[in-house]
Design a protein around this ligand. Structure first.
Ligand SMILES: *Cc1c(COP(=O)(O)O)cnc(C)c1O
Length: 232
């Protein structure tokens, strides 16, 4: 089931890339395994997935422990509290959801102790919805400038979520805004800031995201099936 879903998904990603003149290698798939078991992750890994995304520190810890025999790259994609950073600082591949300086500082402090450079993305709030996390677009450049001073983190790009809507065209506005912001940031030339990644696109809107320049899609449902509780 999971292997078949992955095969279909990869085909759709390839077709979308072809349609908009991009290379499929330039779009990385992060399999969002939240609420699914470590056995499901194992199955996806056997089918060639290497990158997995989780939203909750405790859940991530349990799965990682169960899967130490696999060489996987874990992505943190949910809201991250500063006091939880210490649990994942040793191994997390990419933190997608940095939206304030305090969190950036804590990640930097932990990384410094571990003699690591931690890759992060800055999460931008591109919708009108009050419940979502992320820094506001017009505050993003200031935050990037502050984060750029921290020696043990490396900002690799931006992340966003589209609105809660089943219509992928509603997400397109968010994705365009993120791509525009990236251009603006590159034009501003902030030192120590890289912009190679735009993490955007989920099961219902990844095609629109790829069309708008996504380099990382975060997909759960299309791989693992529907979740019992809908955790964002
Ligand atoms: C759950 C989640 C996803 C995956 O959503 P699907 O609709 O299941 O593909 C992607 N990104 C974030 C931040 C999530 O919380």
């Amino acid at each position: 089931m999971i292997a078949e879903n992955l095969e279909n998904l990869r085909k759709r990603i390839e077709q979308t890339c072809q349609r908009c003149g991009r290379r499929a290698e330039d779009v990385r798939l992060v399999a969002v395994s939240k609420t699914f078991s470590s056995d499901a992750v194992r199955e996806a890994a056997a089918a060639g997935c290497m990158d997995f995304g989780e939203n909750y520190v405790q859940e991530l810890q349990v799965k990682r422990q169960a899967l130490t025999d696999q060489s996987l790259r874990w992505h943190f994609i949910g809201h991250l509290q500063s006091n939880k950073v210490k649990y994942i600082a040793e191994y997390i591949h990419l933190i997608h959801s940095v939206d304030n300086l305090g969190l950036g500082k804590e990640i930097n402090r932990r990384a410094e102790r571990l003699k690591r450079i931690q890759d992060i993305l800055v999460e931008v709030h591109t919708t009108d919805e009050a419940t979502k996390f992320g820094v506001l677009p017009d505050r993003t450049i200031d935050l990037l400038k502050e984060l750029s001073q921290l020696k043990n983190i490396r900002v690799c790009g931006l992340m966003t979520m589209g609105p809660f809507s089943d219509d992928p065209n509603d997400s397109r506005k968010s994705f365009r805004q993120l791509a525009e912001l990236k251009k603006e940031i590159l034009a501003g030339g902030i030192e120590n800031i890289q912009m190679q990644h735009l993490s955007m696109g989920m099961t219902h809107d990844f095609e629109a995201a790829i069309e708008e320049g996504s380099t990382i899609v975060r997909i759960g449902t299309a791989i693992f099936g529907g979740r019992v509780k809908n955790v964002n």
